[in-house]
Design a protein around this ligand. Structure first.
Ligand SMILES: NC(=O)c1ccc[n+]([C@@H]2O[C@H](COP(=O)([O-])OP(=O)(O)OC[C@H]3O[C@@H](n4cnc5c(N)ncnc54)[C@H](O)[C@@H]3O)[C@@H](O)[C@H]2O)c1
Length: 439
């Protein structure tokens, strides 16, 4: 008897998902949550976004986007059609069938995971929980979080996972600024607490996304994300170290990588730069090392790559100082202009941007700092508040540092009028001159 009832709960939810009548909720409407909400609304679902930010929810309800990868003309018709709305009121969860949790997972100053956002979002869901729900955690986190942190909160309802409700982890792989791969066409990995949970997650995502990749558990799904980002962080660490070696030996590292990348197998190019940035690569691997430390395993590759990548802003500042010395100018009192400050090209995101470290280090050495970045009109950081200058400001300064290689910058013009350029991204590829210094 109980089995028949349980089957009915699962079947009912499956039917609601297949017919697009399931009411979809997305908690956290940031770089991850908003594009996901839009995909489900586009697929014909009624989507409710829940965020603690009144500014964000108000802007969505006015049909406006605040995320570069989601255009306002995409959002506005969905809001008008009643397929997308946003609220700060968690009690709407009582009417929802599915909830994806897309809240931040930063690090504390001690490099330990800060789970407070996941915990507080899960507590709110637990308060408004009911039978027949599918809950999916998408925030990047250490293996075990879904089963050890989220599941116990939902189980306090007395409901049975895999029968009365369904719980999964699905890593988010969004790459802001990537025009080719966006939420809809990036394959989606999903793992549930039970096989029935995995199947519910697979069915849900396959309504709106092109390809779904089910895995056997939440821990596997959590580890997939950490492997992907750790792979990236360590390879960037390796290539940054190679860049430092090449610098000492007077070899052009960019030319080395370009030639190595002609090998049709067994090599994948990574590029050096001024340091790691963003919400993922500098942070996620430390979620893994924190967890493995508890199991008595030291994540040595991660710690080493973290150290090398963390040195890069210092390396860049030393290069600037040396370049100025070579033209007989001390860094103290010199006017240094950063070209690009966002953590990567063609986006506005400043989180963990190495530009912030470079600015502060140069300022500490007595330099006067300005910047140009069409994506970042205003910059506030410890003790600094700056307004973006036009690109041509580069003509009248002592040294320009290309920190972010935005596509809109005119590098030929820059090379033509700047006195001295330190290029950390090879943005001036193909342009040479005694006034151009490369990483
Ligand atoms: N940005 C990326 O490129 C990216 C890529 C892959 C994975 N991720 C992961 O996805 C997660 C979200 O990242 P993001 O970049 O979208 O972050 P974000 O800061 O852009 O968005 C998070 C949103 O959650 C809201 N929020 C915070 N606490 C909340 C709560 N208790 N209830 C409801 N809303 C709450 C915030 O107001 C914000 O709007 C993180 O775990 C991140 O590591 C991010």
């Amino acid at each position: 008897m109980a089995k028949a009832e349980n089957e009915t709960t699962a079947q009912l939810l499956q039917e609601r998902i297949r017919s697009r009548r399931a009411r979809v909720g997305i908690v956290g409407l940031g770089y991850v949550g908003l594009p996901l909400a839009v995909e489900f609304a586009k697929a014909g679902f009624e989507v409710t976004g829940i965020d603690i930010s009144e500014t964000k929810t108000a802007r969505i309800n006015q049909g406006e986007s605040y995320i570069g990868d989601v255009a306002t003309p995409t959002i506005a018709p969905l809001v008008t059609a009643g397929r997308l709305r946003a609220t700060t009121d968690f009690s709407v969860a009582q009417e929802l069938d599915t909830i994806n949790i897309c809240v931040p997972t930063p690090l504390r100053k001690t490099k330990d995971p800060d789970m407070s956002y996941v915990v507080s979002a899960s507590q709110e869901i637990a308060r408004n929980f009911h039978a027949g729900m599918l809950i999916i955690l998408e925030s990047t986190t250490y293996p075990g979080t879904t089963d050890e942190v989220v599941l116990p909160m939902l189980q306090r309802s007395g409901l049975q996972v895999g029968q009365d409700f369904f719980l999964c982890f699905s890593p988010e792989r969004v790459d802001p600024g990537n025009a080719r791969y966006q939420t809809a066409n990036i394959p989606k990995v999903v793992g549930g607490v039970t096989p029935a949970c995995t199947e519910m997650g697979r069915l849900f995502y396959s309504q709106a996304l092109e390809k779904v990749v089910p895995v056997s558990s939440t821990q596997v799904a959590e580890m997939v994300k950490l492997l992907e980002n750790t792979f990236r962080m360590i390879n960037i660490g390796l290539v940054n170290e190679v860049a430092i070696m090449c610098d000492r030996m007077g070899i052009n590292v960019w030319e080395v990588i370009q030639a190595a990348a002609t090998k049709p197998f067994g090599f994948m190019p990574f590029y050096p730069g001024p340091g790691l940035g963003g919400h993922c690569i500098p942070i996620d691997p430390f979620y893994l090392s924190w967890k493995t430390k508890q199991a008595g395993i030291e994540a040595r590759f991660i710690e080493l790559a973290g150290y090398i990548n963390g040195q890069m802003p210092h390396f860049v500042v030393d290069k600037v100082q040396n370049a100025l010395n070579d033209v007989g100018k001390p860094v103290k009192g010199s006017h240094i202009h950063l070209f690009g400050v966002a953590y990567k090209k063609d986006i506005e995101d400043m989180r963990e941007s190495p530009a912030l470290d470079i600015m502060l280090l140069l300022q500490r050495r007595g330099a006067i700092i300005t910047y140009s970045d069409p994506h970042v009109p205003l910059l506030r950081t410890d003790g600094l508040e700056l307004i973006a200058q036009p690109e041509d400001a580069a003509a009248s300064v002592d040294c320009v540092v290309v920190v972010t290689d935005h596509s809109v910058f005119d590098y030929v013009r820059l090379a033509g009028h700047a006195k001295l350029i330190v290029d950390t991204r090879n943005a001036l590829k193909g342009i040479t001159g005694p006034h151009i210094v490369r990483l």
